[in-house]
Ligand binder design. Structure first.
Ligand code: HEC
Length: 141
């Protein structure tokens, strides 16, 4: 330990090391800029990746998956055991798609036939979102 400090002093007086230090001090601001720039790029690409992930699930998808798939199936065709037993409707069907948003909202909150009411279990916003999800079945099967 006693020999360490003089040894260190000798080292820092070494011209080779001093130029190395000068070089590092000079390049530091540049390095900082590079690090900053790459951080910005990383953050931006991360947030755009998040944006892509957010765009993936359609509005109301999570509500539909949690509350409706048991009877209507994840594909909306009502081709599930319970769906068949209760005669749930295929949501691709024009009969379902021709209902207005207000009619579907009424149906979801009050229930109809074998379909239970969701009033009190789903918020008004959640019902609006799940209606949007019901609408996406109009496009594909
Ligand atoms: C317990 C089973 C069950 C669940 C859970 C269920 N439904 Fe239904 N759903 C039915 C049945 C049965 C019908 C047919 C009602 C009737 O006889 O009029 C129906 C009808 C519908 C209709 C009308 C279709 C048409 O052609 O008239 C829509 C829209 C609908 N459901 C959407 C939903 C949504 C959205 C959810 C989730 C929030 C949901 N259902 C949850 C059983 C269910």
């Amino acid at each position: 330990m006693a020999g360490f400090i003089p040894c260190y002093l000798r080292l820092t007086q070494d011209p080779a090391i001093r130029t190395k230090e000068k070089f590092l001090r000079a390049t530091n601001p540049i390095l900082r800029k590079i690090i900053l720039a790459s951080t910005v790029v990383a953050v931006l690409s991360a947030s755009s990746a998040f944006a892509k992930d957010d765009a993936k699930p359609l509005p109301g998808e999570s509500v539909f998956k949690a509350r409706c798939v048991l009877c209507h199936g994840s594909d909306g065709t009502a081709n599930t055991n319970l769906g068949k037993q209760l005669q749930a409707r295929d949501l691709h069907d024009p009969a379902a798609q021709k209902l207005s948003d207000a009619e579907i909202k009424q149906l979801i909150s009050q229930g109809q036939g074998n379909m239970p009411p969701f009033d009190g279990q789903l918020s008004s916003e959640e019902i609006d979102q799940v209606i949007k999800y019901v609408r996406h079945f109009a496009k594909k099967k």
